[in-house]
Design a protein around this ligand. Structure first.
Ligand code: 4AZ
Length: 272
């Protein structure tokens, strides 16, 4: 199985740059694959990233997920806001918007808030996906109830075996079936040793514990997938991961890999 490169949902204008699917695209068990529908009120900090210019209007321009960590600050994956995805340098957000308070992308529920600035982690490595996070600044503040706390290093929520939930509007089957309503899947935080065994640096990629964590279930079938990138992995009510990459979706032995949020905390505390 060739490595399934982490990427944003690519349709419309960006399809020429990033193929929507590849022969390597796995047919998975079944967000989020193997998930269940949730209402946005159950995870009000989960947002959709939208660019109708780049991705068309059928699903409100959704192409990635994100998560509100402050009333005007949304985290997402660095690979979601690359020049290749947005068609412009990250400094020019174009028609990039954050959709908040909307369960179903086909509805007009909630709000669409323009992004006034994007900041990509300068430590992001496009080859290895290490440090895959970016910060978006919103034009207007979200309600305080739409914000989730980030788990800092040493937080018990990172302990292997901890129950965690991933949220997103991405591929729900591993077959490019993009959800229009928000879904979630219950996973477990896996030990670093297991993530390293799954991704030793072969063609499937290399797991780096300092900036990544991985999560899944032993039997496979539950996972984040294409289009979920940038969205939240939550444990014990705190944000621990951002959907980043993996080989296929929901394959046993190939867990989803997430940007480790304690690294985001550390980076942002060091000043940007
Ligand atoms: C992607 O292409 C992607 N199964 C996201 C998450 C995973 C795989 C691929 C994890 O954005």
């Amino acid at each position: 199985m060739r490595r399934h490169l982490a990427r944003a949902l690519a349709v419309g204008a960006a399809a020429a740059l990033i193929p929507l699917s590849s022969p390597a695209h796995a047919t998975a068990g079944s967000v989020v694959v193997g998930g269940f529908p949730v209402d946005i009120s159950q995870s009000p900090w989960t947002v959709a990233l939208s660019s109708r210019d780049r991705f068309g209007g059928t699903r409100a321009g959704q192409f990635c997920g994100g998560v509100a960590v402050d009333r005007t600050t949304v985290l997402t994956a660095a690979h979601c806001v690359s020049a290749a995805v947005l068609g412009a340098p990250p400094g020019q957000p174009g028609d990039l918007k954050v959709i908040t308070g909307r369960t179903d992308l086909l509805s007009a529920q909630g709000q669409e808030i323009p992004v006034t600035a994007t900041w990509v982690n300068p430590g992001y490595n496009t080859q290895t996906n290490a440090g895959d996070f970016a910060v978006l600044t919103l034009a207007s503040p979200l309600p305080a109830s739409s914000v989730i706390r980030m788990a800092a290093a040493g937080d018990a929520a990172y302990a292997p075996g901890t129950a965690a939930t991933v949220y997103g509007w991405g591929d729900a089957t591993g077959d490019a079936d993009y959800a229009h309503s928000l879904r979630a899947a219950r996973l477990q935080v896996l030990p670093d040793a297991e993530c390293e065994r799954a991704y030793p640096g072969d063609e499937n990629g290399k797991y780096a514990a300092a900036s990544m964590l991985c999560a899944g279930v032993p039997q496979g079938g539950r996972d984040a997938c294409q289009g979920d990138s940038g969205g939240p992995l939550v444990a014990q009510g705190r944000l621990i991961g951002l959907v980043s990459w993996g080989s296929g979706c929901g394959e046993p032995g190939n867990p989803g890999v997430y940007a480790r949020v304690s690294e985001v905390v550390r980076t942002l505390a060091g000043g940007r």
